[in-house]
Design a protein around this ligand. Structure first.
Ligand code: DON
Length: 563
């Protein structure tokens, strides 16, 4: 009873009004657009396309620019996933996810009693996987780039060397994480030049500019060998981390076949394992298309209830069946099988919340033969790139590579470090996502592209850990089923269920009083997201007249730019 009163109390709290405009239309351009987490990075991408670069060129330039102006998640010490669609309709997916170092072991975060050592997979040198970003960008450029490599890295070098003004949000975050930076770096990071950053202060990153110059001049060898590799290996030695020069030399980003499938009259193209994003998104959309959500309307009790119940079931599957396909046989076809998806909703009741303890991951049909920050780009020729890239947590491991001024990721925490033990997003897993040397940790990143009638329709993705998948899912529905413009769809309030913990995480006021009470009555536990919003998305919609509409997330400093 006390529990129910507690949840009623917080439920009422979540009912405050959301003021974000659902019918707001974002920046509209004629030919080309970039939407990213930072105005300076979006401007860099747009400028590259003005100079004749294509979407892949712009993606490389934006990735490196974000590594400077958005150190929270932009990176060269992390990794990411990219989905692209060329103007001729061909598609590809690039996996530049970090890998476990060769010395990694399944029990590396457990003490002698087999208990998890709190924080070890989340902060400091031991939390870092072998970075994939630089090789990812090199592979992208080699296959799809049109402008010279040096031209794409140069804008980031200029930003780092000349400095750039901090936004209010970034200044505050740098101050908030100051003690962590000092604690988890082996040498006091030069990054911490000031005790108290303020909006408009100029941040100059001279050593990072030098690393970027090496990447500009030597390509892969500028990061995975020579001076930069020496600096990373030395940092690891000083701080007790595992990444060696051999790990760096062995790292390769991989081209993979995207996950694609139909939803209504759209074709959805998204990221395959080792991200869970594409499979989970398609499962969610396939469930949804069996119900009249458009008729039910946005954020009404029946539509929110259906979405929550679909999310609960899909995340149960994620926990059991998804991991790095190079190490674990992910039953991709089985998970997307139409009959399997229908069966997963067999116990769905429109009037009552399910109990996550009674929802077991399904037994998918076996395969016929023997699985953060987002930016979206469309170029003047109609090529599209959807990229989600990350250090995992804000500022990753909080560990700077001394002499190189960049942060290392804490992506190792995305592995299941002990069966059933929740990671920093509360996600649990087992064998499929156990640690192994050289293995890629399971991700939720969901860079996605939608086609309609064989033509480019939408480019979308988000940050937000476990909430990425449900954010992308809800934005797609906001446009396709609920008729919102791109900007309104990104603005709209979000909610999230991930099977366990068994509650609905909701942005303040996302669902409104009537829907929240109705959901509570059905038995859902609604918990407000303590700070910030759920996810931060970047979308581009191709309008019927061929123009492009950007959806830049008001939850951050995000901006659209184009022409
Ligand atoms: O790959 C993943 O799923 C996570 N490392 C993503 C992290 C993320 O989105 C952080 N943003 N809140």
């Amino acid at each position: 009873m006390i529990k129910r009163i507690f949840f009623l109390f917080i439920l009422v709290g979540t009912c405050g009004c959301m003021h974000r405009e659902l019918h707001e239309v974002g920046l509209v351009t004629n030919k080309a657009m970039v939407v990213s987490a930072h105005p300076l990075a979006s401007a860099v991408g747009a400028e590259i396309m003005k100079q004749g670069g294509n979407a892949a060129d712009a993606a490389v330039a934006v990735q490196f620019a974000l590594a400077v102006v958005y150190p929270d998640a932009g990176n060269i010490g992390g990794g990411g996933f990219l989905v692209l669609r060329q103007q001729d309709g061909s598609t590809a997916a690039l996996d530049y996810r970090e890998k476990a170092p060769a010395a990694a072991r399944p029990d590396m975060y457990l003490n002698e009693e087999g208990e998890v050592i709190e924080g070890l997979s989340e902060k400091g040198h031991m939390a870092a996987g072998v970075p994939g970003t630089v090789d990812g960008m090199i592979k992208l450029h080699a296959r799809y780039g049109s402008l010279p490599w040096a031209m794409l890295v140069q804008p980031a070098i200029d930003l780092a060397a000349n400095g750039f003004p901090l936004t209010q949000k970034e200044a505050r975050k740098l101050n908030d994480y100051r003690l962590d930076f000092i604690r988890y770096s082996s040498i006091r990071p030069e990054f911490i030049l000031k005790d108290n950053w303020e909006e408009g202060d100029t941040l100059r990153l001279g050593e990072l500019a030098q690393v970027l110059e090496r990447i500009r001049d030597q390509g892969r060898a500028g990061f995975y060998a020579g001076t930069t590799a020496d600096l990373i290996a030395a940092e690891m030695k000083r701080g007790g981390g595992l990444i060696t020069k051999e790990d760096l030399a062995a790292y390769e980003a991989i081209w993979r076949e995207p996950i694609s499938g139909k939803y209504e009259n759209y074709n959805v193209i998204s990221m395959p394992p080792p991200s869970s994003g594409g499979i989970a998104l398609l499962q969610l959309l396939h469930i949804t298309q069996n119900y009249p959500v458009a008729e039910w309307g946005l954020h009404t009790a029946p539509s929110a209830h259906l979405k929550i119940e679909a999310e609960r079931r899909v995340y149960a599957d994620r926990a059991k069946h998804l991991g790095d396909p190079d190490y674990y046989d992910v039953p991709v076809r089985g998970l997307l099988d139409t009959a399997y998806i229908r069966r997963s909703m067999a116990d769905f009741s429109p009037g009552k919340a399910s109990d996550s303890d009674k929802i077991a991951p399904g037994v998918p049909v076996p395969p016929e033969s023997p699985n953060t920050t987002h930016y979206s780009i469309v170029d003047p020729a109609g090529n599209a790139v959807s990229v989600t890239t990350t250090l995992n947590s804000s500022y990753g491991a909080k560990t700077f590579v001394a002499g190189a001024q960049f942060l290392l990721n804490n992506e190792m925490d995305d592995f299941s470090i002990k069966p059933g033990y929740p990671n920093s997003y509360g996600l649990i897993g087992g064998e499929a996502n156990a640690i192994a040397p050289g293995k890629r940790m399971l991700s939720s990143m969901t860079p996605t592209i939608l086609e309609k009638d064989g033509k480019l329709f939408m480019v979308v993705g988000s940050m937000g850990g476990s909430t990425i998948i449900t954010t992308v899912y809800q934005i797609i529905l906001n446009v396709t089923a609920h008729g919102l413009p791109m900007q309104g769809a990104v603005n709209a309030g979000r909610f999230h269920h991930q099977w366990k913990p068994d509650w609905v995480l909701s942005e303040w006021g996302a669902l409104g009083m009537k829907t929240s009470l109705s959901l509570w009555w059905k038995g859902h536990k609604i918990v407000p997201k303590p700070e910030g919003g759920i996810g931060r998305a970047a979308g581009i919609l191709v309008l019927p007249n061929g123009k492009l509409e950007g959806g830049a997330d008001p939850r951050g400093d995000d901006a659209a730019a184009g022409f």
